[in-house]
Structure formats: C-alpha cells, structure tokens
Design a protein around this ligand. Structure first.
Ligand code: BGC
Length: 347
C-alpha cells in the first residue's frame, strides 16, 4: 500500500469518529472547566502510552484550546486513585482514563458524581460514558491471522502445529477481546493451544511464562500467539537464546516490534495510530464539553463505543508507519536492522 492510501485510511478512521459528534442532541450542561484530565496506566507495558499516546493527546487537546493534565499511574492502582483525587480537586471538565487493573471504575463513579463525564480511552471501563478504542476484536483477528500466515509460510499445518497461546493482562478488558478475536480465526483453522500462558502485559513476566511453556513443550514450538509487541520482544529473546525463529504475532507498531518484523522474527504487528485514537477521543471530549451528547454506532458492554480501524503491518508495510510519522528511520534502522531496512525500502 502506498503512503497516500495509508493516509486515507487514517483520515477515514478519524472522519468516521468525527461524524459521530455531528449526530448529537444538546442536553448536558457544559462543564465550565477547560481542563481535560488524563490518566495513563504505566510507562512500559505497551511501549505506547508515554512515547505515543501522551504527546498525541496533549497535542490534540491543546490544539482545541484545552489544558491537558496528563498523569501516569506507573502500574500502581493506589497511585491511580491518588492522581485522580488530585485532578478532581483541581477540577476537570472531562476525564480520559486508561484503566489499570480496574482502578478506573471507582474513579469513573467519583467523577460522574461530580457531573464529570468519563471517556474510557483505549481500555474499556464499566460504567464509563464513552469508550474510544480500536476495534479490539479485529486486532485479535489480525493477530490470529499472523500466526496462520507465519505457519503457512513455514509450510506447517495449523491443525498439528505446536502453538503457544499468550494473552494480555486478564484485568484489562481489551485482553479478552484480543484473545477472542484471535481464537475465532485460529479455531476456524483447526489450530489448538499446545500450551496456554497465563497472560500479562509485563514484558519480563511474559518472558518467564514463555520460558515455562518452552520447557514444558521440550522446545517444540512452531508458533506463538503474542498479544502485543512488548510480550513478543520478551518471547523472541527466549527464542533467540535457543537459536529459533518461529511465527510470532504482536500489536502496537512499537519500534522494537517493527524491528522484529523487519528482521523476520515477528510475523506482523497491528498498527493502531496514536494520532487517530487521540484525535477521536479529543474530538469527543470537545463535543461533550460543548454540551453535546454524541452518539456512537456501536456499544461495548452498554457503553457507547467509537471503534477505530486497526492496520496490519508486515515487513513490506513498515514504510507506511514511517510515512505516517509514527516511527523514525533513525530509531528503526540501527546497525543490526540496517540491512533489513534497506531490503524493505525503509529509508
Ligand atoms: C492496549 C495495547 C497495549 C496493552 C499494554 C492494551 O490495552 O490496547 O495497545 O499494548 O494494553 O499496555
């Protein structure tokens, strides 16, 4: 796909989210505050929140004339609650929360009690006013398909292949959607789990869980369903140690993930442009603050859901992420990756 078509995909995703703000009825009182309060979950689980979402949200909210108070709970649920209390004490016109192990549920109830609408950003939150995310079932389907494509390229039958199934932190509502999406594709192809890992967003824990799987299977691993690039990097490190390359899935189009894709160590990554997600969420926030009650075409667990379209990225597609400005050649094409960059035209 060419740069222009990628940009149009991004534009379509952004526009369809925007269109939602058009079909609105003005009922709610607009909060006087121009502050948008944002809480991110951690700094390392997804290699996205700090380098990707934070600047994208800040830019989108500031451009719309809002003050963006963006905090990071650093993977600590009590810190999450404390940060929220401090933000609420200062005043928020709207809250955009990325859940951390359910900590956002109580914060949502507290905010709503004060008349502050809550947008669940990326991860679902029970009782939130809105949910803005990528279509997480499709993300999972693309991951399952990456495993199947990798097996096909290796000439292996999914029905008999020894596949390790991984998933994200079970306390993140997205993790189940990713897994269910992947299973729908894998089950249909007759694939089965040779080993199922417990599921985590923590890289080192994913590495430990995979090492256990590897030992239990006596090294007979034909493919790994990995929920994101961060898990994939830890899994690939174990495979590397054992001089093995097998199909591995992932998501986030992180620098490490894209490098692994270029090197042929990861079959694909699912690209979910931060700029698109941040724009959709801030457009929604602005509409709410303007007293509108935007409608969404979809629902997720009773919460109006603005679903954006994820993009599959294989080695030949890495150029698209670069063209969209979401990965820099200088970061990607380090010494060990330079030859792969040249091969796939990443320059
Ligand atoms: C996000 C992923 C991310 C993961 C770990 C999920 O909820 O959708 O993009 O990799 O959390 O932070």
């Amino acid at each position: 796909m060419k740069k222009s078509s990628l940009i149009s995909i991004i534009a379509i995703a952004a526009v369809s989210a925007l269109a939602l703000t058009g079909c609105s009825s003005s009922t709610t009182d607009s909060a006087s505050s121009k502050r948008a309060c944002v809480i991110l979950p951690d700094a390392d689980s997804g290699t996205r929140w700090v380098p990707g979402d934070q600047p994208a949200l800040e830019k989108a909210l500031k451009a719309a004339g809002y003050e963006a108070d963006i905090q990071n709970a650093q993977n600590d649920t009590s810190k999450y609650a404390t940060l929220a209390d401090a933000q609420l004490a200062k005043g928020c016109g709207v809250m955009l929360l990325v859940d951390l192990k359910g900590a956002a549920v109580a914060v949502t109830a507290k905010a709503q009690k004060q008349g502050i609408p809550v947008i669940a950003y990326d991860r679902p939150i029970a009782g939130a006013d809105y949910y803005v995310s990528f279509d997480n079932s499709v993300v999972g389907q693309l991951e399952g398909q990456a495993v199947l494509d990798g097996l096909a390229a290796a000439g292996k039958d999914p029905k008999t292949a020894s596949i390790v199934y991984g998933s994200g932190d079970p306390t993140d509502g997205n993790a189940k959607m990713f897994l269910d999406g992947a299973l729908s594709v894998l089950d249909a192809a007759g694939a089965k789990a040779a080993f199922t890992m417990k599921g985590t967003w923590d890289g080192p824990t994913a590495g430990t869980e995979f090492e256990q799987a590897f030992t239990a299977l006596k090294g007979k691993v034909d493919a790994v369903l990995s929920p994101n690039d961060n898990n994939a990097a830890a899994i690939i490190a174990i495979l590397d140690k054992n001089h093995m390359t097998v199909p591995v899935s992932g998501q986030d189009a992180s620098i490490a993930g894209l490098q692994n894709v270029l090197l042929g160590k990861q079959t694909a990554t699912v690209y979910k442009p931060f700029s698109v997600e941040a724009k959709a969420a801030s457009d929604l926030a602005i509409a709410i603050l303007g007293g509108k009650k935007p409608k969404a075409d979809k629902m997720n667990d009773g919460v109006p859901f603005i679903a954006l379209t994820p993009i599959n990225v294989k080695a030949a597609d890495v150029v698209k992420v670069v063209a969209a400005g979401d990965a820099k050649v200088a970061d990607l094409c380090t010494a060990a990756v330079a030859a792969a960059c040249a091969k796939y035209g990443v320059k």
